[in-house]
Design a protein around this ligand. Structure first.
Ligand code: FUL
Length: 487
């Protein structure tokens, strides 16, 4: 009898009750590589080639390598400014459309060894990579498929060289968090001195399915960015914002007039919103230059985005579940200009200080439902995106009431879903307690990895309520209320 009782007790303790089983995954899910990318949120994209010294945006491919002579280049100082701006990674343009390689490649003579930089012994990719590792930033590369210098562009010979360039970049610079492939393809160029126009079929020429197998085998944690796929998609503008309704899930629609040549490829019409219930997890990246252009131009020094403009872009990119990829342009000395550094620094301070203190930490919380102890409401303010609150299976609407002992000033609400189990929420409502009743303040639709709701006014209240809805049971890994900072 004693034994039976003990066995029963053990069973009771070791078997979780039904409510404590994790929610079933919903829809397309992120890979481990994409989850790491979601953590990055804000990173930089650096353009710096002979094109900088020509004061152009697209080099033709005929610049003399001798002009690439940044006498005061210092990767540490650039990366330091990025870190002050709150950037968590760098995608370096290792080769832009002009075809000039910033590393001593064996694939083309048109590379840094032909320039006066470090007396022809330099490797700028290495210098940036090391500066990033030292400062704790992730590192990635952009290697332009279009090459206006290469004599073989348009033939298979160039595709082979391009794959070799990727192989070099993938094997010499440690783990990469992104492999960035822009979508500008073909046109006029120097092409080994022929000065011709070469058009290619962008559906077939690069045979991306084959090329990206190299990425997968040599850099399994590198997220492929491309306007046609795979891990991260282009948001469809270069202005730095995602759509108000933003799904990381995505079903590609073949672009009009294009055959779907490779079944694995995501040839598609740009879709800034993603696809509700989409077949793949392909979140959006919002790229935008800090200045007007991607390259440095002396006449654009008064067109550096202000910290407040950057913060607005942050709210509309990171705050909509996407990432912000900020273009930075070193000048001909090899430095970020003082106005760029200043803007980055203040932007970083605004983000940091705004989200430094979660007012919910000093509030009493009442959740309308919870799945059990392991998924309790306390998980939403523990600053850990990998723990979460969840509702019971049948509960598709839930609310959280927060109460403080005194009135609080609230300007932003930030929510994060537990995305390893998918993106579910499609409605959010924020209410404040005024004169003994709940009054609506703001609504939003999607959440995903992150949703920041700017309330549009400062709510001053002792109580607020946040309600969420999804077609299935709910998860939230983080929830926060924040006050705007006074500059
Ligand atoms: C585009 C390129 O054509 C621009 O020059 C720039 O590199 C931008 C980030 O991507 O596709």
């Amino acid at each position: 009898m004693k034994n039976i009782c003990t066995a029963f007790l053990i069973l009771m303790v070791s078997l979780p009750t039904v409510a404590q089983v994790a929610p079933a995954p919903f829809g397309a899910l992120p890979s481990a590589r994409q989850l790491k990318w979601h953590e990055t949120e804000v990173y930089g994209l650096i353009h710096f080639t002979p094109t900088t010294f020509e004061n152009k945006e697209w080099g033709y491919g005929d610049a003399n390598p001798g002009i690439f002579n940044p006498t005061d280049f210092n990767a540490d100082s650039i990366v330091h400014a990025m870190k002050a701006g709150g950037l968590n990674g760098l995608v370096l343009v290792a080769k832009h459309h002009d075809g000039f390689a910033l590393w001593p490649t064996a694939t083309t003579p048109y590379n840094i060894s032909q320039s006066p930089f470090r007396n022809g012994k330099g490797d700028m990719v290495k210098e940036f990579e090391q500066a990033c590792r030292k400062a704790g930033l992730k590192f990635g590369v952009y290697c332009s498929p279009w090459d206006r210098n290469h004599p073989g562009y348009g033939t298979y010979e160039y595709v082979k060289a391009y794959r070799e360039q990727l192989r070099e970049l993938y094997t010499r610079y440690g783990e990469l968090f992104m492999s960035w492939h822009d979508g500008a393809n073909g046109g006029d160029g120097y092409y080994g001195g022929t000065r011709t126009t070469r058009t290619i079929d962008r559906n077939t020429y690069y045979a991306w399915d084959t090329t990206w197998q190299i990425t997968r085998s040599l850099q399994p944690m590198a997220n492929l960015f491309s306007d046609i796929g795979w891990d991260v998609r282009w948001v469809g503008n270069e202005s730095g914002f995602a759509d108000e309704h933003s799904w990381a899930t995505f079903t590609p629609t073949p672009a009009s007039g294009e055959s779907k040549a490779f079944p694995g490829n995501l040839q598609h019409e740009y879709n800034p919103m993603g696809t509700k219930g989409g077949a793949n997890w392909v979140p959006a990246e919002c790229d935008v230059p800090l200045r007007k252009g991607w390259f440095w131009h002396p006449e654009q020094s008064n067109q550096v985005k202000t910290p407040q403009q950057l913060f607005q872009l942050y709210l509309k990119s990171v705050g909509r579940g996407a990432a912000l990829d900020l273009g930075l342009a070193p000048n001909t000395q090899g430095r970020l200009s003082p106005e760029d550094v200043e803007s980055l620094k203040t932007f970083g301070a605004i983000v940091n200080q705004t989200f430094e203190f979660n007012l919910l930490n000093k509030a009493a919380v009442r959740a309308s439902n919870s799945r059990g102890k392991e998924y309790a409401a306390s998980k939403i303010s523990d600053d850990d995106v990998y723990t979460y609150w969840a509702s019971e299976d049948a509960v598709k609407d839930a609310s959280f009431e927060f109460e403080w002992v005194s009135e609080q000033s609230i300007d932003f609400i930030r929510l994060r879903e537990y995305i390893p189990l998918g993106q579910r929420i499609e409605r959010v409502k924020v209410e404040e307690w005024v004169d003994g009743q709940w009054k609506p303040v703001a609504t939003a639709s999607t959440v995903g990895a992150c949703r920041i709701i700017a309330l549009g006014k400062t709510v001053i209240s002792k109580k607020i309520r946040i309600s969420i809805h999804a077609p299935v049971c709910l998860t939230l890994s983080e929830l926060g209320c924040y006050s705007k900072i006074k500059l």
